[in-house]
Design a protein around this ligand. Structure first.
Ligand SMILES: [Zn+2]
Length: 377
């Protein structure tokens, strides 16, 4: 199977390169914002969109644009065209909102097509910028087709190059194993076969650090040197949390698709839970939705199957041994005790067993055609 994969590297531009990179971000932002302005004018007057100046025409108007990579500007123009196609698409299920202006203080980026950059062992050559120092912490597999590179700068002032490649993915060997997973706050994953993943403590620890850094920031005078320093500190902690979370999700999902062919998981209503639950902080820490998304695409890549079980399915209340339901089960009951067959086991373990059984039932129901269909065939 062919798919796209991004390899992201930290890059270290020198001072002149940094200045030119910042200029490129700025020019790309001007191209985008110009298109947004033209577009929004049309939206107000309810007339056909005015023919916006092309990037070549824009470059004539703003001479300083000639300093940066022309390809970067063209890519941004293409992005806006793609946005317009989606906006006016009649087949799109969810209507897109109006385009918004790109701001100077958010993450900055621009993209170059594959002819405009070369990735080497410890550097990357970018059009107009030249050779920029790069740390190649994981190599792009040989034989991959390079598509594009996105250069970005986060709000901590760090620069990155994210190289997009087209890659052939080989399915992982089958293990013949299935698992049902219960998701929780303290223990992040509980499997029916004893597989467990604890929720990393550092999210909580960083949360405390973040809170104190934010309080520190709130006491500084906006715009002052101390304010900017404190702001950078907050951004760095946010950054650190995001990186650790990403790493945790990658490691956990890889382990699951390596070890199991069939993964059954409860489909929690994440947004609903985060809004209502008093443990909201821990839930968003665990980043359930990101975990789901990563697990799903990885399973698809490697020929494994993920089945989500309806969130109204009473996985915690039902006895995994005999099907008896404990309607009075509360959140504080950590052990499931069956009044019908006498089974006694951990609440999460009981739930995971039910989740696996339900997922197997649902997926076999999908695979087996109903009697009526068989007759027609
Ligand atoms: Zn029972």
């Amino acid at each position: 199977m062919m798919t796209f994969k991004a390899f992201k590297y930290r890059i270290y531009p020198n001072k002149p390169q940094e200045i030119l990179l910042n200029k490129t971000f700025g020019c790309v932002r001007v191209v985008w914002n110009y298109q947004v302005e033209v577009f929004n004018q049309f939206d107000k007057n309810k007339t056909e969109p005015e023919q916006a100046l092309t990037t070549t025409q824009l470059k004539k108007k703003f001479e300083w644009m000639g300093e940066v990579s022309a390809a970067a500007l063209q890519q941004k123009e293409m992005d806006f065209k793609a946005f317009k196609r989606n906006y006016f698409s009649t087949t799109r299920k969810k209507k897109l909102g109006r385009p918004s202006f790109k701001k100077r203080d958010s993450t900055q980026s621009y993209r170059l097509p594959n002819q405009k950059f070369t990735l080497n062992n410890n550097s990357i050559r970018l059009e107009k910028i030249g050779k920029v120092k790069l740390v190649l912490d994981r190599a792009v597999p040989t034989g991959c087709q390079f598509r594009s590179v996105t250069i970005s700068k986060n709000n901590c002032g760090q620069f990155f190059a994210s190289v997009l490649v087209e890659i052939g993915i080989i399915p992982k060997p089958k293990t013949g194993k299935s698992i049902g997973l219960d998701i929780g706050i303290k223990t992040f994953l509980t499997g029916n076969d004893g597989f467990t993943v604890e929720n990393p403590k550092y999210f909580r620890e960083n949360q405390t650090k973040l809170k104190s850094a934010q309080q520190h920031l709130s006491r500084k005078k906006k715009g002052s040197l101390r304010y900017n320093k404190a702001k950078l500190k907050v951004a760095r902690i946010h950054n650190d949390i995001a990186n650790k979370r990403q790493d945790f999700i990658q490691r956990t999902t890889t382990k699951l698709v390596n070890e199991y062919d069939f993964i059954a998981i409860e489909d929690l209503n994440v947004t609903g839970m985060v809004k209502n639950h008093k443990l909201a902080k821990s839930i968003s820490d665990a980043a359930f939705s990101k975990f789901y998304a990563t697990l799903s695409y990885k399973a698809a890549w490697y020929g494994k199957e993920v089945v989500k079980v309806d969130r109204w399915f009473a996985s915690s209340k039902t006895c995994s041994g005999c099907g008896w339901k404990n309607e009075n089960l509360t959140l504080s009951d950590r052990t499931f005790k069956c009044k019908s067959c006498g089974l006694e086991l951990g609440r999460d373990l009981n739930a995971s067993k039910n989740i696996l059984r339900e997922a197997l039932r649902v997926s076999s129901a999908i695979r087996t055609p109903s009697e009526g269909q068989t007759e027609i065939a």
